[in-house]
Design a binder for this molecule. Structure first.
Ligand code: GLV
Ligand code: MG
Length: 341
């Protein structure tokens, strides 16, 4: 099967940047667990193989009194579990907290060989990534760890959003970015108290038929808008430009699986490769949403076959396909192959 590399000729003007040599392992759902919660931690070994990423969370949602227990719990789980195809990530405490130095100096020597990615919260600029990168390099060298641990930044401050390009480019360790809608909303002084998702107040109302009072007061269609559209689109562009992966983030209303699926799907359509899962039932939603559908894959393969050498235009089912739509289809086919591998 041809890949996009066969078609993205190096000299082609505006060809998309190839993803850097970061492992193209599926990470549709990054499932968060609190390693200080013994009941939750006991379930982790059985989740291996059912989810692309298991993330031991040390930051927000872990009580200050439990920070040490969470760190030690993560070490215990990592040392006693064979993660097989599932990646192991952690979210360390923020760089301005009293816990982060111990997080890194404990985790890297103890379980650095097993840790795929370290998620860094509240990243403000390249200097935060440089700090983590340097410290990781020193700790890895001291512990004799040969496989560099990758870094993932959460976009959850206005300054972080403003500095998004330099954050993406700050280190070859950069694996991706996630949206952190709760912290970002607070930092921007947005007036929503929800963790991700939409808001019924953020809407557009259809114009009245005329400016007469009757028409203005008549019922009119309202369309709820996506509060996170701007930031997700910004993040997707920056990640694509720098060859790293964009992710949605948390959807806090666990009971509302319908709205959760909608939010995840918007992110998938815009270019995100995955999302966070805060509850086991969000794993199935993420796995479904962040995988191309059977129909999309079938269509994409038909276009690839019909386009021959990849140039020119063909008509399929009354629609025009050309070099550019072929590239769109290759995105689907490659994702399908990566997920099937
Ligand atoms: C996640 O960390 C968020 O703040 O939404
Ligand atoms: Mg946060």
């Amino acid at each position: 099967m041809r890949t996009s590399k066969d078609f993205f000729r190096p000299l082609a003007v505006g060809a998309p940047a190839p993803l850097r040599e970061i492992p193209a392992r599926p990470s549709r759902a990054i499932h968060f667990f609190d390693p200080s919660n013994e009941k939750m931690a006991a379930k982790i070994p059985a989740m291996v193989g059912t989810v692309d990423v298991l993330l031991g969370n040390l930051e927000d949602a872990v009580k200050a009194d439990n920070k040490v227990a969470a760190r030690e719990g993560l070490v215990r789980i990592a040392q006693s579990t064979d993660f097989g195809p599932t990646q192991l990530w952690t979210r360390i405490n923020s760089l301005d907290s009293p816990w982060v130095l111990d997080d890194l100096t404990t985790l890297v020597p103890a379980i650095g060989e097993k840790l795929d990615v370290i998620m860094v919260p509240k990243v403000q600029g390249a200097e935060d990534i440089h700090y983590v990168d340097r410290l990781l390099a020193q700790l890895e060298a001291k512990a004799g760890i040969s496989k560099p641990i990758l870094v993932h930044a959460i976009l959850e401050t206005a300054r972080g959003v403003a500095n998004i390009e330099e954050i993406c480019a700050a280190s070859p360790r950069m694996q991706g970015l996630s949206l952190g809608p709760a912290d970002l909303a607070a930092d921007r002084r947005m007036k929503t108290t929800r963790v991700g998702g939409g808001h019924p107040g953020y809407l557009v109302r259809q114009d009245p038929a005329s400016s007469s009072e009757d028409d203005i007061n008549a019922p009119r269609a309202i369309f709820q808008q996506d509060l996170w559209h701007y930031t997700i689109a910004r993040m997707v562009d920056a990640c694509a430009m720098h060859g790293i992966y964009p992710y949605y983030g948390p959807f806090g209303d666990i009971a509302d699986v319908v709205a959760c699926e909608d939010q995840f799907r918007n992110a998938f359509l815009l270019g995100c490769v995955g999302t966070w899962s805060l509850h086991p039932k969000q794993i199935a939603i993420a796995n479904r949403v962040f995988s191309p559908s059977v129909e999309d894959i079938k269509h994409a393969r038909r276009v690839v076959a019909a386009m021959g050498d990849g140039t020119g235009a063909v008509m399929l089912d009354g629609k025009m396909e050309d070099d550019a739509s072929l590239k769109q289809c290759l995105v689907m086919v490659e994702l399908a192959e990566q997920l099937a591998a």
